[in-house]
Design a protein around this ligand. Structure first.
Ligand code: SF4
Ligand code: SF4
Length: 398
């Protein structure tokens, strides 16, 4: 007599897997989670129109065939993908008290540990739990701005929130101070039930009116070339002179179109923001510009270590610092601006020249002293771009 062969354990149902993943995501600290089946984007035409208008600026990677294909269909990112798990993690909107001095400003999302690392690590834990439940390896891909997905559209479909006029995703109860992540998997999970539709932006247009650089072409349409986030982070060359004053003291990113949003001003969600994403200290929210201008390569490396600030190199960061020094209008900023006139990077020297002329206009330094410093710098300048900046600044201070 032969023993009956035991039947293989059956796979958990898509509904069981959905509940398991939602539970895992919540346990790993995500504030919102939604699950959708993979399908082509419904907005790829809008994206192509945005590219065709050149509104992506120097971000050429956004227009590559791979990027456009990924935004059109997640299967271009992971061939075997059947399901997308979309998560949101809230970061803090409150800043530590700002000490005195000449201070810059860093966008809220970048004040703590780099969110790419935080979200990726947590999503990998979720993927591990899914593998364990299925008893097999799962083809998966974690995406945190690291793959060309139409993430806000996916987040909206997954019921995390709505696409707002400022082009952010607003998660009711959390606002827009959230970072998103996606986990593509080859397993079939049942979709989560989206919550009742929120009323959205309605007639509000506070963000469109508040943008310091007029970067919104229209509701939902941002011209990245005018956006301070783009200019201070992605943009590699000189910041257009006509936009420099609008940067104020922002040296990395900009929160203005979120600060004015009534959804962010509303009562916060009962969940506290992710601890890793809150500001490390006051200097990572509002750094001392004079100290940054004087910092050596090692000090700057330490300052940006394990933060999203790593996205800008030293020359771009000091370019932004030079602009903020000029905008401070402070006499205390003058020695730093003068010192940056001799910086090894031409980009920094050019923006320091602009800063010196601004400081004269603010009355922080007298014109004769500034003109003399600019003339000394111009006498040894060999870079055409920096020389042009020095000449333009000298014309203003003469
Ligand atoms: S981030 Fe700042 S500059 Fe960019 S659109 Fe928003 S308000 Fe305007
Ligand atoms: S400020 Fe008003 S228009 Fe802008 S995103 Fe918020 S609700 Fe929408």
């Amino acid at each position: 007599m032969t023993e009956p062969t035991p039947s293989p354990p059956s796979s958990p149902s898509p509904e069981v897997l959905r509940d398991l993943v939602v539970d895992a995501a919540r346990r790993h600290g995500f504030h919102r989670v939604g699950i959708v089946q993979v399908e082509p984007s419904r907005r790829s035409e809008l994206y192509r129109d945005w590219l065709a208008a050149g509104r992506h600026g120097e971000m050429a990677y956004l227009a590559t065939p791979e990027h456009v294909a990924g935004r059109a269909d997640p299967r271009a990112v992971l061939d075997a993908a059947r399901t997308v798990i979309v998560v949101a993690l809230a970061y803090g909107k409150d800043a530590p008290p700002i000490p005195g001095g000449v201070r810059g400003l860093i966008a809220r999302y970048a004040r703590g540990t780099d969110y790419h690392m935080v979200v990726r690590d947590r999503l990998q834990l979720v993927a591990g739990e899914l593998c364990a439940a299925l008893g097999r390896a799962v083809a998966s891909r974690v995406c945190v701005d690291s793959a060309p997905l139409a993430e806000r559209e996916l987040a909206e479909r997954a019921g995390l929130g709505f696409a707002a006029k400022n082009t952010m995703l607003i998660a009711p109860g959390l606002g827009s101070y959230v970072v998103l992540g996606e986990l593509l998997v080859d397993a079939e999970l049942a979709a989560t039930e989206p919550p009742a539709r929120d009323k959205g932006c309605g007639q509000c247009r506070a963000c469109l009116d508040a943008c310091p650089t007029g970067a919104f072409v229209d509701a939902f349409v941002l011209d990245a070339r005018r956006c301070i986030s783009y200019l201070t982070i992605e943009h590699d060359g000189p910041i257009p002179p006509e936009l420099r004053r609008a940067l104020g003291n922002r040296i990395f990113g900009c929160d203005v179109c979120q600060e004015v949003c009534p959804y962010n001003a509303a009562a916060p969600d009962r969940h506290p923001p992710a601890a890793e994403l809150t500001a490390r200290d006051a200097d990572h929210a509002s750094p001392d510009l004079i100290a940054l201008a004087a910092a050596g390569a090692n000090q700057l490396r330490q300052f940006v270590k394990r933060t999203a600030l790593r996205r800008v190199d030293r020359r771009r960061l000091l370019r932004n610092v030079a602009v903020a020094l000029g905008n401070s209008g402070e006499a205390r900023a003058v020695p730093s601006a003068f010192a940056l006139l001799a910086h090894p990077e031409a980009l920094v020297r050019g923006h320091a020249a602009w800063a010196v002329a601004e400081l004269v206009e603010h009355g922080a330094v007298d014109a004769a002293t500034a003109t003399s410093a600019l003339a000394s710098a111009a006498a040894v300048e060999r870079d055409a771009g920096a020389a042009a900046e020095l000449a333009a600044a000298a014309t203003r201070t003469a």
